[in-house]
Design a protein around this ligand. Structure first.
Ligand SMILES: [Zn+2]
Length: 308
């Protein structure tokens, strides 16, 4: 039998019909998924500021219906005397959990809990032995020690797992993977720093006592006890005398704060300024803390290893 033009036409019509049905079906399917996603509201975990935000982000990574947000900006820095804003409180709306550093860092906490009585608090400092500042209050910069950052990650993961059993396995699995990365970081830092001769250091604000404790470094002076508060002429003179007496070659400033006082000390004593980052600001990336600490390690090795 000869295939006439009518046959070709029928074939074309049929294939067009099949094609449009497929498009239609695809469109319906997409719509259905969107409706489903809209129906299941994600679990929102809020963190008070950058260091605990990065921890929570690692613990909740790749869990499709869990979202981690930061109440403050990644550039906010330490929350000493921080006044919570209406925008901050707005950010917390819809959050089920609020991860805090604890140890007194969130001095505004009463205001938040009064406004949001249903928000469940997760305290990352639970069970950690705190160092006292010169003034007698607790030093909250726990995360600057890698070992204690690991304890904070375990704390957050366990408290989240208890409060949100539906995602408990995923939180624990993610925390274990992140803890393994932090352990590797800790090992390479010890390997490099355990042998250095020069162990006396001068730091900028009181962010480094836990770090110094972990790596057996000795903080002989702190330039500014409160970040942003310029030391008095008397305090500055005292620090300069300590630097000369101890033969300190490097003053460690922080990239987050202007190093005016450190500049003066360096000029007066011939010491150089290096930057140690307390990992209190940074990019919105899972490996940000580890990268910052690796950079600190390079700075410390250069500053401490080069001295006799
Ligand atoms: Zn601080």
């Amino acid at each position: 039998m000869r295939k006439g033009p009518w046959f070709k036409g029928a074939l074309l019509a049929l294939s067009l019909f099949v094609l449009s049905s497929a498009l239609l079906a695809g469109g319906c399917k997409q719509q259905a998924t969107a409706v489903q996603a809209g129906r299941s509201k994600p679990t929102v975990i809020a963190a008070s500021f950058y260091p605990v935000y990065i921890m929570a982000k690692n613990i909740a990574r790749d869990i499709p219906d869990v979202q981690v947000i930061n109440m403050t900006r990644p550039t906010t820095g330490c929350l000493h005397d921080y006044q919570v804003t209406t925008d901050d409180l707005k950010n917390l709306e819809g959050a089920s959990f609020f991860v805090i550093n604890g140890a007194g860092m969130e001095s505004f906490l009463d205001k938040v809990t009064a406004q949001m009585p249903n928000l469940k608090l997760i305290d990352a400092s639970k069970g950690i032995a705190l160092i006292k500042n010169e003034g007698g209050d607790d030093n909250p910069h726990i995360w600057v020690s890698v070992s204690l950052a690991m304890q904070q990650v375990a704390n957050i993961s366990e408290q989240l797992a208890a409060l949100d059993p539906q995602h408990a396995d995923a939180y624990r699995k993610n925390a274990a993977a992140y803890l393994a990365e932090l352990q590797a970081l800790k090992d390479r830092m010890h390997q490099s720093l355990d042998g250095v001769q020069q162990r006396d250091i001068i730091t900028f604000h009181e962010a480094f006592p836990y770090f110094a404790q972990e790596f057996n470094l000795h903080i002989v002076a702190v330039v500014e006890h409160e970040p942003g508060s310029e030391p008095s002429a008397g305090e500055l003179a005292k620090t300069i005398a300590v630097v000369r007496q101890a033969g300190i070659k490097t003053v460690f400033a922080e990239p987050q704060y202007p190093a005016k006082a450190a500049d003066t000390i360096a000029r007066e004593t011939g010491a150089t300024i290096s930057y140690l980052d307390p990992a209190v600001t940074g990019p919105d990336e899972l490996d940000a803390y580890i990268k910052t600490m690796d950079q600190n390690l390079i700075v410390l090795k250069k500053a401490l290893g080069g001295q006799s």
